[in-house]
Every structure is written in structure tokens, then in C-alpha cells.
Design a protein. Structure first.
Length: 202
């Protein structure tokens, strides 16, 4: 796949057009403040697209897995009112006095992703840009909830639709997807700081 022809909203071939023939989104739509810019690479593997959801704990982006050549989603830990992106950088920094709360929330997010109580539900996670990213597990195909262009407040309420598989009991995870169980090599795509028994690879 020529990544230069990928629509950053749906990761389909845009056929060289600014308005995607698949999802109808305009590549020139304004970016939402504090989000990663489309085209960034995470984990040496995931090409970042547009945000598809946001809540109090972070942002979910559609990404393109350059190794497997398919679209996935990744959640960035970006707690509202606790951290912000540094000027001119992708790095997140806690707000003054919020360092402890940021660190505690990051570890809690990691524990939920690694799901020690149910290793079969564990999700890949890795640290980059001063925060945590979780490679979300995929559900069966369903349309992606739209993030209003340029509207950060409305974007925070956007949720991805529910799939056919049971949801994990996880706070603020309405828009998570599930990686297919058979993709065992995904479990080793990223560096992990904790490795619970049976751990598997936002």
C-alpha cells in the first residue's frame, strides 16, 4: 500500500483525492488542538491518522499497521485537565502539581491493558512521547463514529459503535477495538514494561 494515498480518517486508498471516496472526509479538515498530527509513526510501526474518539482519559486514533498493512486503533493516555502536549513537540507533560496524578493514571491504564486477571483480554502497550499507548483489540467490522471537525469539546463525547463481542469492564473504554485472537505475532510488536502470564499484544 502506498501510504501517501491513505485517507487519514479511514485508512482506505483515497485515490489521490483530497475528499476520500470511501468515507467522504476532507483531508484538509482542521486538526483538533492537542491531538497528534496525522502521519506520525508510533512504536516504529503504526502510522497515525485522525482521532476517532476522545474521553476524559485520552484520545483514540485510527492507525495503519505498516507491518501487517491494515487499520487498527490506538489509545493515547492524555487525561483531561492533568496533562497537555508540549509546544512544538509530541511529548505530553503533566500540568504543574499534577505529576503524581498523571503517573498514577498511567500505571492504572497499563494494568487495565495488561489485564492480569484475564490474560486473554490483554492488549499491547508501549511508552512513547512521555505517555502510554494501548493497541486496541479489534471488534467485528462496524462504522466508526465521527469526530466533529475542529470541535474538541464535541469530540470528547464521540464514541465508536459497539461490536458483537462482549465489552471489557474498563473505565472510559467505549471506543476500544479488539485485536483478533489469532494474531499471535501482534503480541510482540512493542516493548512492554510488565509481562503478566499469558500476556498478549491500542
Amino acid at each position: 500500500m502506498d501510504t501517501g494515498r491513505l485517507c487519514m480518517f479511514c485508512m482506505e486508498d483515497n485515490e489521490g483525492q483530497s475528499v476520500c471516496p470511501h468515507c467522504g472526509k476532507d483531508a484538509n479538515a482542521p486538526l483538533i488542538k492537542n491531538h497528534l498530527k496525522p502521519g506520525e509513526i508510533l512504536g516504529g510501526r503504526f502510522l497515525v491518522g485522525r482521532a476517532v474518539g476522545q474521553d476524559a482519559s485520552g484520545v483514540v486514533y485510527i492507525v495503519y499497521d505498516l507491518r501487517k498493512e491494515r487499520a487498527l486503533r490506538i489509545r493515547e493516555y492524555l487525561p483531561r485537565g492533568v496533562a497537555m502536549r508540549a509546544e512544538g513537540s509530541n511529548d505530553l507533560v503533566p500540568l504543574p502539581g499534577m505529576e503524581g496524578e498523571f503517573a498514577a493514571g498511567l500505571e492504572e491504564t497499563r494494568k487495565k491493558a495488561e489485564s492480569a486477571d484475564d490474560p486473554s483480554k490483554a492488549m499491547a502497550n508501549f511508552e512513547e512521547n512521555g505517555t502510554l499507548y494501548v493497541v486496541l483489540r479489534r471488534k467485528k467490522a462496524a462504522p466508526v463514529a465521527a469526530v466533529p471537525e475542529g470541535d474538541e469539546a464535541a469530540a470528547e463525547s464521540a464514541e465508536a459503535p459497539e461490536g458483537d463481542e462482549p465489552e471489557r469492564e474498563e473505565e472510559a473504554a467505549e471506543d476500544e477495538e479488539e485485536i483478533e485472537e489469532e494474531d499471535e505475532d501482534d503480541n510482540h510488536c512493542c516493548h512492554h514494561h510488565h509481562h503478566p502470564p499469558g500476556w498478549r499484544d491500542v
